[in-house]
Design a binder for this molecule. Structure first.
Ligand code: TRP
Length: 361
């Protein structure tokens, strides 16, 4: 069986550190491993519209921002197909059939959708399209016969829903057209859900607690130096807490032993730094300065590559257009196979047409 990756992001803003550790970094590693037969990276504009229908300009503008972030991180159109969801109408057609395989009560159980509904105050005003986006996401994934979906932890209910739909479809139509994908989560538990700079559970644009991949050196420094830390660690000599402390969670996600050698040689590694903080006698400013150095080293090359790509924006649209053509070809083959399995390929089945003719003869 071919090894195929599909993943993507909603273009509702620039991408931030949470996206980077949760999925982007891994994608680039997987891309460069050469282990995959096909890789599809989708800008999910149609999904972004499910809760931004009255704000299409926001979605439109962020397509190029997300594409730039992708390229800046090292996604390479020579190795991965980068495309825009709305340009693949076959996905809508698949979604329409998948809707029949899912119950309303099953969708109501989706914990990610539940919390999104709460965050958006949608309780009484959920657009049907938003409510059913997990079904459309199943189409995104199965259209490309993806075997692996590298995403953050919040997406795991969508992958589970996709597996259920694929299984149900294959069972009902006695086929193996659809593939049940596997989720690929980050290995480092600090990367599963990076908290915001304010210590809230998730980095989120609407909370204003993000560090963006395209932030300037100054912006990064300012955000790091004002980060939430351990509120009980008032004086330097007080013992501190590293669990749940976003500064240490970021260090867990980003720093390595070389960073210590370069910036804090009095400690060998993060364990030693954590031990000192826990014991007391280590100030937050020193730890934040170190985190700033680590993040600057991580983001500088990304920001510089982005600047290069920004010089030829039309070339990026062209690349997305070409990627969308390739992606559409693949999705349309899968849709043909599905329709054949569902026996709604009326004009293709000459034998069936002849049988019907006999019946009426
Ligand atoms: N739901 C994803 C997000 O919020 C975006 C997305 C849409 C996606 N379709 C997908 C991710 C298919 C992985 C696979 O970022």
């Amino acid at each position: 069986m071919k090894k195929i990756i599909l993943t993507g992001d909603r273009p509702t803003g620039k991408l931030h550190l949470g996206h980077y550790v949760g999925s982007l970094k891994r994608r680039v590693e997987l891309q460069n491993s050469g282990e995959f037969d096909e890789i599809y990276i989708m800008i999910a504009d149609a999904q972004a519209l499910t809760d931004n229908m009255e704000n299409p300009e926001k979605v439109r503008q962020n397509i190029i921002e997300v594409a730039l972030d992708y390229l800046a991180c090292g996604l390479d159109p020579q190795k991965s197909v980068l495309f825009i969801q709305s340009q693949i109408p076959e996905l809508c057609e698949m979604t329409f059939y998948y809707m029949n395989l899912v119950t309303v009560s099953r969708l109501q159980l989706n914990p990610t959708v539940k919390s999104e509904i709460q965050m958006r105050n949608f309780e009484k005003t959920i657009p049907v399209g938003f409510f059913t986006y997990p079904v459309s996401q199943a189409a995104d994934i199965t259209a490309f016969k993806a075997t692996i979906v590298p995403v953050g932890e919040d997406q795991s209910p969508m992958i589970e829903q996709t597996r259920e739909i694929a299984r149900r479809f294959n069972n009902i139509y006695n086929t193996d057209v659809l593939i049940e994908p596997k989720i690929l989560l980050p290995e480092n538990s600090a990367c599963l859900r990076l908290p915001g700079t304010d210590g809230k559970a998730k980095m989120s644009k609407s909370l204003g607690n993000c560090i963006y991949l395209s932030d300037s050196e100054e912006e990064i420094k300012q955000k790091v130096m004002t980060m939430f830390t351990d509120p009980t660690h008032l004086r330097v000599e007080d013992p501190g807490h590293v669990e749940g402390n976003p500064v240490f969670i970021y260090l867990d996600a980003f720093c390595n032993d070389e960073h210590f050698e370069k910036y804090l040689p009095e400690y060998k590694n993060l364990d030693e730094l954590k031990a000192h903080y826990t014991r007391g006698g280590l100030g937050d400013v020193k730890v934040k300065r170190f985190l700033n150095s680590v993040l600057q080293d991580t983001l500088r090359p990304i920001r510089e590559r982005r600047k290069e790509f920004e010089k030829d924006i039309p070339a990026i649209y062209k690349m997305l257009e070409e990627g969308s053509i390739v992606a559409r070809k693949k999705a349309s083959i899968t849709l043909e196979e599905m329709k054949r399995a569902m026996k709604i390929n009326y004009f293709e089945d000459k034998e069936y047409i002849n049988q019907q003719a006999q019946k009426f003869a």
